[in-house]
Design a protein around this ligand. Structure first.
Ligand SMILES: Nc1ncnc2c1ncn2[C@@H]1O[C@H](COP(=O)(O)OP(=O)(O)OP(=O)(O)O)[C@@H](O)[C@H]1O
Length: 230
């Protein structure tokens, strides 16, 4: 079945997620009957108390795990049918709180290696990495320094450049401003908004920050496994 360009870029349809409790047959239900459409060109914030299932939701949306019931769809196709690996490689990128960069490689090399892994842009990878890092405010002299020599804010910018280099439709970010000072956090939020509004990507951010939520186009609240727009 081909992708349906009219369908939401991402869609949760009656999704439940439960985890086994210890070695018993009982399970803990974390998400209950979650249904939500996500559109391109918009930034969504997922908020809720600790343990409410935000990261779980992100891992299902990003194809890192599968629902216990219901479906997650990309442009009308069930992720299960697309294959979680294929979905992750071609359509979605996640920026983790820990950045998940390779510390001993340079900023530029982290970006080009993502392009190699996902198979995008056989030509001009170095130029594209340079361009993206420049757009994200990494100075020319810092682009060839190792990640471990860069500040937390710089690393977060490189992590976003790395995700954008994969040329995917959806960008997920788990607490993207969690470890940053307020000015740097504000810059990162501006960048994510631009990625949604100027580049037309669907951006989904898990956050505890009221400021990040206020900067988003839509705020989704998770409470006891239920998602609401309130
Ligand atoms: N792999 C797993 N196996 C078992 N239980 C899990 C697993 N992942 C998450 N959980 C449980 O699911 C619940 C929701 O966890 P999750 O990390 O999604 O919450 P969260 O809202 O992101 O929390 P926080 O804001 O503290 O990061 C928690 O009770 C957690 O213990």
């Amino acid at each position: 079945m081909p992708y349906d360009d009219q369908a939401p870029v991402l869609q949760f349809c009656g999704v439940d997620k439960s985890y086994p409790l210890g070695n018993r047959a009982r399970r803990r239900t974390v998400l209950k009957d979650v249904s939500q459409d996500f559109a391109p060109g918009r930034m969504y914030a997922v908020v809720g108390p600790s343990g409410s299932g935000k990261t779980t939701l992100l891992s299902l949306a990003g194809g890192l795990d599968a629902p216990s019931a219901g479906t997650v769809r990309f442009r009308g196709r069930d992720l299960d049918r697309i294959g979680l690996d294929t979905f992750r490689r071609r359509h979605a990128a996640t920026v983790f709180q820990s950045f998940n960069l390779i510390g001993y490689l340079t900023a530029a090399r982290n970006v080009t290696s993502a392009m190699e892994i996902t198979g995008v842009r056989r030509r001009g990878r170095k130029d594209r990495a340079d361009e993206l890092l420049g757009l994200l405010g990494i100075a020319a002299e810092d682009r060839h320094r190792r990640i471990q020599e860069l500040s937390g804010g710089q690393q977060q910018r490189v992590a976003i450049a790395r995700a954008l280099a994969c040329e995917v439709d959806i960008l997920f970010a788990d607490e993207p401003t969690g470890n940053l000072d307020q000015d740097t956090a504000d810059d990162i939020v501006d960048i994510l908004r631009k990625v949604a509004h100027d580049d037309g990507k669907c951006v989904v951010v898990v956050t505890h920050s009221a400021k990040v939520a206020a900067a988003s186009d839509e705020v989704l609240h998770l409470k006891r496994g239920r998602l609401s727009r309130r």
